[in-house]
Design a protein around this ligand. Sequence first.
Ligand code: CA
Ligand code: CA
Ligand code: CA
Ligand code: CA
Ligand code: CA
Length: 343
Amino acid sequence: MRSFVLSLAAAAALFTGCNHQPGVPVTASAETDPVMHEGDVADDPAIWTDGKETLIIGTHKKGGGLEVYDLSGKRLQSLPEGKFNNVDLRYGMEVGGKKLDIVAASNRTDDTLALYAVDPDTRKLVPIADGKIPTVAKSYGFCMYHDLGKNAYYAIVNNKEGRVVQMELFDAGNGKVGAKTVRTFDVGSQTEGCVADDETGYLYVGEEEKGVWKYAAGADQDDRRKLIDHTGKGGHLTADVEGISLYLLENGEGYLVVSSQGSHSYNLYDRKSGKFLGDFHIADGEIDGTCETDGLDVTSANLGADYPKGILVVQDGEDLPGGTQNFKIVDFRKILSALGLEK
Ligand code: CA
Ligand code: CA
Ligand code: CA
Ligand code: CA
Ligand code: CA
């Protein structure tokens, strides 16, 4: 035990991360390879799993497109196809008679939608966009929605002025996927992180300076909304509001997880009520802690013996020692335990 304590202290001394982090500490269990370029380049992850294999897909917002890692963090694929800001995915869209898992991202190089399918045999991402698909000027944040009632798939792109553009994906008939805009609304000011709850039909959007809004996700819905939490007095967020994702449990239960970038920490909310349940930060351990997290993703899927209750993946603004950026992987059991949410 003594040597373990000493080694942790020695490890922590190597890292000089951010200070004054609110919330309870947890530590990362694994981390990805550093992204392939220096600077503030990594932004947002998405987790794909079929229950046997898991991929962590991360964006590179300065031109490196997507990088794909396995669950141990080893880089498997690099797709340097533009300034991809945020990435999300949905399972089982029917294209040409086959059910494909679709990975999509907001490409800021030319304000288009980047679209890939996960090849079921090789686990590689293969391009599937039917030509260039324009989204919205100054495109920025991104998430996807699967309307289970209509079995319709949507790409939801927002921009630096807070405009949200919801695009329905369709089988273009040539083995590719197209998209057309079916709904737009304005949040007010710069938006980025978002996540849709397919089971309940809600869409959560982060207004970076202000807070997290809850809208109806359906394409035919209006823009009535509810403020879940905010950056002002009495709120639990410190701007920017960044990554947002959902930890799904049965019967509509689970958690909304939000990156409070300005406090280097993360908040959990009750999925049903939106009630704030607590906050945590990722502290130095054997792996360095995280600072200035942009995007995050979370899954409750059983990913095997190491992660039976799923994982949280977050972008780390500074991977130490070294100083480039990467993504940290946290065993979700640690978060449940630290916040006293074990059932
Ligand atoms: Ca950043
Ligand atoms: Ca994402
Ligand atoms: Ca941002
Ligand atoms: Ca770090
Ligand atoms: Ca971001």
